[in-house]
Design a protein around this ligand. Structure first.
Ligand SMILES: [Mg+2]
Ligand SMILES: [Zn+2]
Length: 248
């Protein structure tokens, strides 16, 4: 798949001439986007009491918020720190993510990871791939083995996603100065609230369905290779136009 920008329901909102890497800032979901699996669910499946799935079902049925669901589930994680680390060390990244980060760094486009997962889980997985320098906004693990709990400093009353981390609040506060083109990359429910604010939205699975149902334009993707190709096309477009303008 070679996506072009922009596409999806509703046609182009901006001409590609309006997209400039120098103005871009990328916010990116973690679980199911940077990783292929959901890290928290995977840790729960290995280390939590089986009731974690009942809590999950309550969230799926809409009886509790995602934020409450995560708090209760993290409290169910058993096992030592070593066992937790062993579980995290088997989580793999999207096959195109390292190349994507390298491309963004070469183009000087900042990336912030914004996740409704657990910060310490994400940090460990990123560090294993040499990506510990990427900024991460997520829930915080507190307590200790056998008495773990979750802190949610980024929760916001009225968040459309009901998340522990309100991603639209993060996007509003964490955008670097002078970066007015917001690129968002995600896959799931925790991305719903922020997706409407994105200038360029890359979406798959539930987020793609949601965006389509709302008439929000998005670029479908499968792996980060698709995202890199689409953004590189944009950068190339701009360079060609700039060269032409100079030649005139
Ligand atoms: Mg996700
Ligand atoms: Zn929100």
């Amino acid at each position: 798949m070679a996506p072009s920008i922009p596409q999806g329901v509703g046609g182009p909102r901006k001409r590609s001439a309006d997209f400039d890497g120098r103005l871009m800032h990328i916010f990116c979901d973690f679980d199911g986007t940077i990783t292929r699996c959901d890290t928290t669910d995977y840790v729960l499946s290995r280390l939590a009491r089986p009731e974690w799935e009942e809590v999950e079902a309550e969230w799926t049925a809409g009886r509790i918020t995602a934020a409450a669901c995560m708090r209760r589930q993290v409290g169910m994680i058993q096992g030592s720190d070593d066992e937790l680390h062993a579980a995290l060390d088997s989580v793999e990244l999207d096959p195109g993510f390292l190349a994507f980060v390298a491309w963004c760094e070469a183009e000087d486009i900042p990336i912030t990871i914004v996740s409704d997962g657990v910060r310490q889980f994400i940090d460990r997985i990123l560090a294993r791939h040499g990506l510990q320098h990427l900024p991460v906004v997520a829930n915080q693990l507190a307590g200790s083995a056998g008495r773990r709990r979750l802190e949610q400093p980024w929760m916001r009353e009225g968040c459309a996603a009901g998340s522990g981390v309100c991603k639209c609040a993060v996007a509003a506060q964490e955008t670097p100065k002078g970066r007015n083109t917001m690129v968002f990359i995600g896959d799931g429910r925790s991305d719903f609230c922020v997706s409407g604010r994105a200038d360029i939205l890359f979406a798959k699975s539930k987020l793609a369905e949601y965006a389509a149902s709302r008439g929000k334009m998005f670029v479908p993707f499968d792996t980060f290779d698709d995202v890199t190709v689409a953004l590189a096309d944009l950068a190339e477009d701009r360079r060609v136009r700039a060269a032409r303008a100079q030649a005139l």
